[in-house]
Write a protein that binds this ligand. Sequence first.
Ligand code: SAH
Length: 348
Amino acid sequence: MIGEILKRYDDRGTLRDEDIRYILEHEEEVREPLFRKSREITERHFHKKIYVRGLIEFSNYCKNNCYYCGIRGGNDEVVRYRLSKEAMEQAVKAGAAMGFKTFVLQGGEDPGFPDEEITRWLHAIKKIDPEAAVTLSVGERPKEVYAQWKAAGADRFLLRHESYDPEHYKKLHPSNMKRESRIQCLKDLKDLGFQVGSGFMVGSPYQTVENLVEDFRFLKELQPAMVGIGPYVSHHATPFKDFPSGSVERTAICIAILRLLFPKANLPSTTAMQTLAKDGRNRGILAGANVFMPNLSPPSVRDQYALYDDKAAFQLEAAENLEELKRQIAELGYEIVMSRGDYLDKES
Ligand code: SAH
């Protein structure tokens, strides 16, 4: 059956909903041939190169209350921090000195952090390295604000849709958070010419196979430049604390599906993978991921940006350990490259 699915894929270049459903329901059977195919496609477009992005987690204040997230506004245990512009610049300079050409600014939806300040930060980063790409991951904003950031030099934007199914989305978020607004934001970002990334957690509470099939269907419509997925990882101070974490294995299968659906998209092997398994990063790469995002946040704040328990940030996730990361990736048969790694189908 997987043989037939892959053969049809070769003819038509895509997977149907029922193919995806079959893959998710037969993980054991499909794993090897599926990964062989996803790696072949990845190699064809990326030639065993793994692109790195320096991740700067600049604020853990958040007005939202996503039930899964450790830095949700309602979690009083969190020691909140917000980087100063100088601290951010220092992190970017340190990264630039190591050769990073993409910086990702990620944070909670921090009402105390004005949108104009992000604009100023964008100018500051482009001053440090005019050729560096900047990715924002700061949640939902009106289109005008996204437009300002684009004008200030932001190149890419990550906004996971989290779940396409309205009922499942509601189970993951309080009622003031609307799935429709998030999807509108993704459309606005695409309109404005950002390289847009979306995605979801694998194994989040209440998620069904059918939810995942819908998530992939939505992504097919969106045609994103990047897709970030990772296993749900439980956090002790959230309403979901008693739900088990998702599985690295199923996430790897989902990465392979994404690679078949989006041969040229940038797909990271995310920190959540490495948090749940000591070879998690490698398993993402062997399933078809071509991006890795080392942590460039000042080490003193890394523990406080805890989206989930035991988040990996100090070993090969740490940008300081780039040389060791390069060695280990080379051992796996891949090569870390420092160039921007823009979306291959990007116009211009
Ligand atoms: N505030 C930004 C960034 C969110 S954090 C935004 O709204 O886009 C980045 C991603 O981490 C989220 O999109 C979510 O999918 C993921 N995440 C949050 N909590 C998690 C958990 N407990 N386990 C795994 N991933 C989680």
